[in-house]
Ligand binder design. Structure first.
Ligand code: GLY
Length: 425
């Protein structure tokens, strides 16, 4: 069969790498892809948000299944557009994608599903929101309702920071429409864990848990990023807590969506926090996590394509997944300066040597091919070095040894990824 992967980051490289291993796949395309994806698929220069051009391409090539990586095209309705044209697509409809596209919508579904989550109030003007801050006690979580490129959530430690966050949304309109509605949420403390699940209507098929590192610096310091590393599984989540996540959060959420008449088809990502009162849901996303996917998929023994097809065809109940016991650690190698200003266009060396090391697989995130065929840096997060090992110690050693082999000007990575899986705090 013919598959198209939409997107061009580390998550999409991991998806394409896994899909390419399926004996069911004859031809694989990526749009737009990156220099690494070009080794497992044919890259076509169509942007991930150019929905009409993607559908034209899928029709022209007779694509059997399109797998959508990023949230923006899903929230914009790529799945509806494809389905209206009779094209099979792995990803939720525009209505279902509001689980990520509107924090208020997601919170309403959480309440309908009666899943454990923080208290929240929604506001559409500054004065009422500021009044809520005056009445409350910090810290607060201030969330722009819509998609804000990962910058729409502020943990406000005091009232002043909360007012600033509200001003940014309502008065400065820093996030445009996405900030026209704001949620002020209770701040919860505990370990954060991501559990993703395939969802086909009211059927779910959860994946192994993962943890990502959002801050740029060691010890969780510095500004938030798109993710500086990840690991899977997550020793801190007990079997009992995982069972509760599945039975008390993921399944009721799928039921609540189905009750609303929404047939969700794709991945639902639960961002969770393990509180002393049990797991609670912080947020939902409507696609694979980045960089969680880069640590989860190397552990998946099963072919991923049958699970994707079953999701799309309403047969998810027929599928089971098999996992390796070996943990996986993913270190993100970034451009120095990221997430603020950084330079790009630098040649990368050491890729072949690093990727031939035992247990190691390298997913490209922000790379492109130069005119002479060399690989150049082309983004803030450049490479994801993933490594499997018999335990976390070995997986870490392998990932870091491989990362050391990779060189480009200004390269930067955190040194403490997965350390807490070996030495929990
Ligand atoms: N790792 C966070 C995300 O994918 O949104």
């Amino acid at each position: 069969m013919k598959i198209l992967v939409v997107g061009g980051g580390g998550r999409e490289h991991a998806l394409a790498w896994k899909i390419a291993q399926s004996p069911l796949v004859d031809e694989l395309w990526c749009a737009p892809g990156n220099a690494g994806m070009a080794s497992v698929a044919e890259c076509v220069p169509i942007g991930a948000e150019d929905i009409a051009a993607l559908a034209d391409f899928a029709q022209e090539k007779g694509i059997d299944l399109t797998v959508v990586g990023p949230e923006a095209p899903l929230v914009a309705g790529i799945a509806d557009f494809f389905r209206e044209r009779g094209l099979a697509v792995f990803g939720p409809s525009r209505e279902a994608a509001r689980m990520e596209g509107s924090k208020h919508f997601a919170k309403q579904v959480m309440l309908e599903a009666r899943v454990p989550t923080g208290r929240a109030e929604a506001f559409i003007d500054y004065d009422r929101a500021a009044d809520c801050v005056r009445r409350g006690r910090p810290p607060y979580v201030v969330k722009a309702d819509g998609l804000a490129a990962g910058k729409g959530v502020v943990i406000a430690q005091d009232d002043r920071a909360a007012y600033e966050a509200l001003k940014a949304c309502f008065l400065e309109r820093r996030f445009g429409e996405a900030g026209e509605k704001v949620l002020i949420e209770e701040f919860l403390t505990g370990y954060e864990v991501s559990v993703l699940t395939f969802v086909d209507g009211d059927k779910i098929l959860p994946l192994a848990p993962a943890q990502d590192y959002k801050r740029v610096g060691d010890g969780d310091t510095g500004p938030n990023t798109g993710g500086m590393g990840s690991y899977s599984p997550v020793p801190v989540i007990s079997r009992e807590e995982y069972r509760r996540v599945v039975e008390e959060i993921l399944q009721p959420t799928a039921w609540a969506l189905a009750k609303r008449g929404i047939h969700y088809r794709g991945i639902l990502y639960a961002g969770l926090i393990l509180t002393d009162k049990g797991p609670k849901i912080l947020e939902f996303n409507v696609r694979f996590g980045d960089p969680e996917t880069q640590a989860v998929l190397p552990r998946l023994r099963s072919d991923i394509v049958p699970a994707m097809l079953a999701t799309v065809e309403g047969r998810l109940a027929e599928v089971e997944l098999e996992w390796r016991d070996d943990p996986c650690v993913t270190v993100v190698v970034a451009s120095g300066g990221y997430p603020a200003d950084y330079r790009k266009g630098f040649p990368i060396s050491g890729l072949d040597e690093a990727s031939s090391m035992e247990g190691v697989v390298i997913f490209h995130a922000g790379t492109r091919q130069g005119k002479g065929g060399e690989v150049l840096t082309d983004g803030g997060r450049v490479l994801n070095v993933s490594a499997l090992g018999k335990d976390f110690r070995e997986a870490r050693e392998r990932a870091y040894r491989a990362a050391e082999r990779i060189n480009f000007d200004d390269a930067y990575y955190r040194r403490d990824i997965a350390l807490r899986a070996i030495e929990p705090a």
